[in-house]
Design a protein around this ligand. Structure first.
Ligand SMILES: NC(=O)c1ccc[n+]([C@@H]2O[C@H](COP(=O)([O-])OP(=O)(O)OC[C@H]3O[C@@H](n4cnc5c(N)ncnc54)[C@H](OP(=O)(O)O)[C@@H]3O)[C@@H](O)[C@H]2O)c1
Length: 317
């Protein structure tokens, strides 16, 4: 659907998906099922914009949602920072994570007010808690090596910094990125957090150096692929010779694509006793958090489990 078509006044309750190639996402098949389960009678409409689109493109969708009665809100991916920068004055409310991270992933309306939320710290946190054992970091003294320091890395670091129990917080969070700006942004956010986690920032895009960083991790450490390599761009941030942390946790943030990083980890899963997680649960939490906000739904663990089950058949293999 062209952006102009997407901006027509809607005749049924509508949630927008603001992205780059929205038609390819699993949500286009999952949402109708969820709408039925939740009794929403709603549709999802994609709004594709090129990377770093002009401000007018962002203003058009945000003003449309604001003014069209049946356009109830939207989920924003990829454009989270640019969209907020272009449309900040349109919003009546931004949640604390949106203000801290300077981005929004959720647009919703309540009592005539336009609201923006950054849901990624919550969604990535729920996904983290689904596979990281309670007290893991207290037992192991292990570290997190996060390859890529973009939006997802920021969200995960904000989440871990806010965990109340010391035993649930990693001792150290090492962020690697090829962009000094991304590392500076993460550093600036970290400075606003009251946290005892030691942060280290590494400017690098050489897979061999990432191998070295990985080899130096204590047992039980987590390695995250937050670069988009293996989906958004080819390859992996580590080499085939990488030595994975013994009893380590491996988190590939994507669930579709070549997923080279996850395949490399799988080949060593037995010998290094690795727990490997992909991005599917993160995807489910990201969407259900925003849908709950847009349609004003109380999202209980039971309801999440039902939506998770309904989406399982539609998961790309
Ligand atoms: N499952 C889910 O629901 C979910 C949720 C959030 C994110 N994700 C996935 O996670 C990935 C990261 O998301 P994001 O929002 O954080 O993306 P992002 O903001 O673009 O961050 C990725 C960062 O990694 C850097 N990078 C790329 N290749 C690198 C390399 N070889 N070495 C060092 N740094 C490198 C990028 O630099 P450049 O900008 O220079 O390329 C960028 O700063 C994406 O593929 C996204 O689809 C999945």
């Amino acid at each position: 659907m062209s952006p102009a078509e997407a901006l027509k006044p809607q005749t049924i309750p509508t949630m927008y998906f603001v992205g780059v190639t929205t038609g390819k996402s699993s949500i286009m098949k999952v949402f109708p099922k969820w709408s039925e389960i939740l009794g929403l009678g709603a549709q999802i409409v994609g709004y594709d914009a090129p990377l770093h689109a002009p401000n007018d493109v962002y203003l058009a969708i945000v003003r449309h949602i604001k003014n069209d009665p049946l356009s109830l809100g939207g989920l924003v991916t990829t454009h989270k920072i640019d969209l907020l920068n272009a449309t900040r004055s349109e919003f009546d409310y931004l949640d604390p994570f949106a203000r801290l991270c300077g981005e929004i992933s959720s647009i919703s309306k309540r009592d005539g007010k336009l609201r923006g939320h950054a849901k990624d710290p919550v969604a990535s946190g729920l996904a983290w808690q689904a596979f990281v054992p309670k007290g893991h970091w207290g037992r192991t003294g292990a570290h997190v090596l996060c390859l890529g320091a973009g939006g997802a890395a920021v969200a995960i670091s904000v989440f871990v910094a806010g965990l109340p129990d010391r035993a649930d917080r990693p001792r150290k969070f090492i962020a690697v990125d090829r962009s000094p700006e991304r590392l500076e942004h993460l550093k600036a956010i970290r400075q606003q957090l009251d946290t005892d986690i030691e942060f280290e920032y590494v400017l690098n895009e050489d897979p061999q150096r990432n191998d070295d960083l990985m080899a130096a991790l204590p047992p039980g450490s987590m390695v995250i692929n937050a670069t988009g390599m293996g989906k958004d761009r080819p390859g992996s941030p580590v080499t085939d010779n990488a030595i994975w942390p013994q009893d380590g946790l491996v988190w590939e943030l994507n669930y579709r694509g070549e997923l080279d990083f996850m395949q490399q980890a799988r080949r060593c899963a037995e010998s290094r006793n690795l727990t490997i997680e992909d991005g599917w649960v993160y995807f489910l939490h990201g969407w259900t958090q925003v849908i709950a906000e847009v349609f004003d739904i109380q999202l209980t663990p039971e309801l999440f489990a039902k939506l998770d089950e309904a989406a399982a058949d539609l998961r790309p293999t």
